[in-house]
Design a protein around this ligand. Structure first.
Ligand SMILES: O=C(O)[C@H](O)[C@@H](O)[C@H](O)[C@H](O)COP(=O)(O)O
Length: 232
């Protein structure tokens, strides 16, 4: 498994550079098979990237956008990643894209995960683009240290799909694609910003258990080369 570090002078330059790389990959997929798929992460980091990507000239009607993970809340909840993507990515040119939610108004997070797995089965196998984030605890997606189903989530033998996850620090129950759903994306990206996250990455790249810093599963075992995008 290989990683490549792409360093930018600031977040704005990174957002534009990442939007260029992602839109090129999506356009190539549309050219090759008439469709493209992208799974993005939530959190605070990706907002400027989403806004830059939303302005790129693409046949967005052929693009399916989904989430790497989601909090088990409806889109109108301020914690919703769907809400974040709707407000920042599904705008401008990208308004025409299809969105595939992970959250479903179901009795339990487990019921929602089953529905999300079913609807996602026809989309990402593999995804054309996956953009991961990373928490200061070394989690990515909803692969949290101490997570209820972490071992299952990062096990390469676990099938593609969406599973639930609960963990201290995760807030609500989470819905997350499994490692096997994400690690072979056509373009696999880790987007982090700030010196603090750079230090967390350095710790993750050192020796230690994947369970301690689950981003290590991607750094060590992803099939696709991991493109790390960083700005101070
Ligand atoms: O739902 C989420 O929170 C994300 O998918 C999560 O994995 C995120 O990428 C990291 O927590 C980093 O979040 P920040 O960008 O806010 O640091």
């Amino acid at each position: 498994m290989s990683t490549t570090l792409h360093t930018f002078e600031n977040g704005t330059a990174l957002a534009e550079g990442l939007a260029d790389a992602v839109s090129a990959k999506l356009a190539a997929a549309i050219e090759a098979r008439g469709a493209a798929s992208i799974a993005v992460s939530g959190g605070s980091t990706p907002k400027a990237f989403f806004q830059a990507l939303s302005r790129r000239e693409l046949d967005w009607t052929k693009v399916t956008v989904t989430l790497v993970d989601e909090r088990f809340v409806p889109p109108e909840n301020e914690r919703s990643n769907h809400g974040l993507v709707a407000a920042n990515l599904l705008q401008n040119k990208a308004t025409a894209a299809k969105f595939l939610p992970l959250y479903h108004a179901a009795a339990t997070a487990e019921d929602a995960a089953v529905k999300a797995s079913r609807s996602a089965a026809a989309v990402g196998a593999p995804f054309d683009v996956v953009v991961l984030g990373m928490g200061t605890d070394g989690h990515t997606a909803s692969f949290f240290p101490g997570g209820t189903r972490l071992k299952e989530a990062i096990d390469p033998a676990t099938p593609r799909g969406v599973i639930t996850m609960e963990a201290d620090g995760a807030g609500e129950p989470r819905l997350t694609f499994t490692f096997s759903s994400l690690e072979d994306a056509g373009l696999l990206v880790l987007h982090i910003e700030g010196d603090g996250k750079k230090e967390v990455l350095a710790r993750a790249e050192a020796s230690g258990d994947e369970a301690e810093m689950p981003i290590r599963a991607m750094l060590r075992r992803a099939t696709s080369p991991l493109q790390i995008y960083w700005a101070p």
